[in-house]
Each structure stands twice: as C-alpha cells, then as structure tokens.
Design a protein around this ligand. Sequence first.
Ligand SMILES: [Zn+2]
Ligand SMILES: [Zn+2]
Length: 350
Amino acid sequence: MLLREITTLAQNTTPLFYTGISEPIPREGEALIRVTRCGVCHTELDEIEGRMPPPHLPVVLGHQVVGVVESSGDFSRITTTAPFGDDKVVTTGQRVGVAWIASACGLCHQCLAGNENLCAEFKATGRDVDGGYAEYMKVRADFVHPIPDSLSDSEAAPLLCAGAIGYRSLRLSRLTDGQCLGLMGFGGSNHLVLKIAKHKYPKSKIFVFSRNSNEREFALSLGAAWAGAIDQSPLEGLDAVIDTTPVWGPVSEALKFLSPGGRLVINAIRKEESDKETLTMLDYPSQLWMEKEIKSVANVTRKDVREFLQLAAVAGIRPEFQEYELSEANQALLEMKQGKIRGTKVLRID
Ligand SMILES: [Zn+2]
Ligand SMILES: [Zn+2]
C-alpha cells in the first residue's frame, strides 16, 4: 500500500494505492523481513494529511511490524551502542518486530545517554524508510526486536508502538502506586496504558476521559474507576494525566484536573490546528500555577520496546484488536479518523 501524495481523508478516502513493488534487497547490516502483521497507528493519518509529511514520496507507511527474517545482508561488521549483547544478530527464520525507531546515530550525546529517541539523526520506520504496509521490508538488523513466544503476531503488532509509547508515557508521568492517573482519549495506546498501570500500580485509581460513549464503556470494562466526557470533572485531583487526543481542548481540561505538582504527558506526535485558540484562554492560576507541568513524549527507544514486550509477555498484557486485509488499509485508516476505534487495528499480510 503506497502513499504517493499528501491529501486529506475528507478529500480522498483512499489515500493509499494497492500495487506491486519490487522486493527490497538488504544491504550490509540489514535484514529482509517477510511481514505477517502491521498495526495501524494514528501517526499514519498525520503523515497522509501532511501534519508530518514523509521526506520523500512514494513511501510505504507502517511502523508496528511483525514478521519473519527471510534473509540478511552481511551484518558481521555492525557496531551498536545498545546494550543488547548478541541478540543484535538476527537469524534467518526468527520472528521479530520492527517499531517506530528505524535507526539513530549511536554516537551523539543523546544516543550515548540512552536517549536515542531524541537523536538528531533519528529515522522513523514508515516515514524516513519504507515500513510494514507491504509483504516485505528491509530493516537495520540491530533495530529489530525478538517477539516473546507467548504473543501471537496480531497481539504483538500493536504493542510495538501503541504499547511501547504508552509504556514510555506512563514512565514519564512519574506516577507512583496509589496516585490517581487520568487518561485523555481511549484508543490504541491508552487502553494499553490502563492495562500496564493496573499491573504496575494496583492501588492507583484510573480516570478515563473520552468523547465516545463506546470507549467509556470499554474503559470501565477494563477496570477504570471512572469514565466521563472530556470536560466532565472527575471530582478527584489527578496526579498525572496522559493525553493521546489529536486536539487541544483535552490539554486545557487536563490542566484543570491536575493536582498541585501534577504532570500532563502529551502522547501525540502532532496536534491538529482546529481548536488551537483554546490555548489562548488558559487560566494561569487554575491551570498552570502550583508547579503543574506539561511534557511531551517523543518517539521510543529500543529499550522501551524490549522492556515493554517482556512486561506484556509476563503480565499477560494483550491488546484488543480488529484485523483487516492489507488491501483494506484505507478502510482501517478511515474508521480510525472517524473515531470508530475499539482497541487497535491490525493488517493481516500472510
Ligand atoms: Zn505509532
Ligand atoms: Zn544520535
């Protein structure tokens, strides 16, 4: 499924083009992956609609890829700064995942400090290099992740972005057990954050905000203490809030509900411009004073992905998902845009 030009789903409901392309040839340090599943992420909408356009077109989108290593170039000379020992070497037939991080320089101060997600040379799968909305893709062999045996391909795919970045968001929220957590929006990522939080912080109450009544019911069924509309007061102060919505209104509301010293983590790669004027109405005393903080979460590191895959396997964290054929990718994206989400969407490619 190729993205050939930037458009909007309002103008064009089939932005991806189903066609044949030649099989990628892995070079030194790369592996060829036969893709079996690829998760569908809201970031694909940001790419298609030009909020974060890929640097060159056409491009194959998709960065929650599960597949099997088909063959590899010579990667005997790979050097990596990531502390993964021998498992930087992938073997033919191995089941692996590919996440949003396609590569980083490995040499700059951010990479050396463990912040490869902030590297100036950061390259993203399905944006800067071709991704997983295809039968085959090639990847840097030191940027693939072994998939734990207990996870099926469809279960593993959404964990590679929605789950891993949710895991990072929860870590950046600095929540401790017993503190109250708010989740703004309840799609692919935050429904996994709820599952992670219930495992790691069993004494914490979780408050879910969504414009969509189906999502609110879904949240309660997964163990949320409370679910309400975006502007509905939870009646308790929140120590941390994670916002995954594409707009600004929820940022403003979340700041009202934060307790003193609380932190809002924005897990959105881009925000839409539609209601940006909301920010000009921020009330400093009630929304920012008392050491309230706003922090974004950017990208993921390989460590985030690997730690989270292990946690998911051990803790039984599984995504709720719906499957689509590769050729139905446009339909899956359109339903995501329209908010017809329950859990996550996964493309079947085998
Ligand atoms: Zn994503
Ligand atoms: Zn770097």
